[in-house]
Design a protein around this ligand. Structure first.
Ligand code: ZN
Ligand code: ZN
Length: 153
């Protein structure tokens, strides 16, 4: 009985955080166009120093399994190895910061501002808030984490 309750809670939890969607996204110049399908994670705002430096502000990422991305065009897509564990995908023509990929993980993070509207996703938390700069404030009601929340990715 106890086990059943735990499983139900876990699946409810994942249902609240993931949405099954089909979305289209593109960069500013149109050199990169893609479609996503399957489960999309809610948007997390990342304030780590690397995101701040590459986006010029905090990042706002959803995430999907990499196999659920289908590229229509990617001739201007370039990758930058931003750390030992991660790389970032950007458009070499217009400079759009598009992807963050943790090496060895199934999921890829996609900048939520790339999508055509409506996105139907919600921003649910702030992560790596240690990297936040002092020129902006975080909403009182939104959960904040020093790094990732427990069990998050
Ligand atoms: Zn571009
Ligand atoms: Zn970050």
């Amino acid at each position: 009985m106890l086990l059943w309750i735990t499983l139900t809670r876990d699946s409810l939890d994942s249902m609240l955080k993931m949405k099954k969607l089909s979305l289209k996204a593109s960069c500013l110049c149109g050199g990169i166009e893609l479609k996503t399908k399957g489960y999309h994670r809610d948007v997390h705002n990342c304030h780590c120093i690397q995101c701040m430096k590459t986006h010029g502000h905090h990042a706002a990422y959803t995430a999907v399994e990499e196999q659920n991305i289908k590229f229509i065009k990617k001739r201007t897509l370039k990758w930058f190895q931003s750390s030992k564990k991660g790389k970032r995908g950007f458009c070499k023509k217009c400079g759009a910061s598009i992807f963050f990929k943790s090496i060895g993980q199934k999921d890829i993070h996609i900048s939520a501002g790339m999508f055509n509207r409506p996105v139907k996703l919600k921003t649910t938390m702030h992560i790596f808030v240690k990297g936040k700069l002092d020129y902006y404030k975080l909403e009182q009601y939104m959960p904040k984490f020093k790094s990732y929340p427990k069990g998050g990715k």
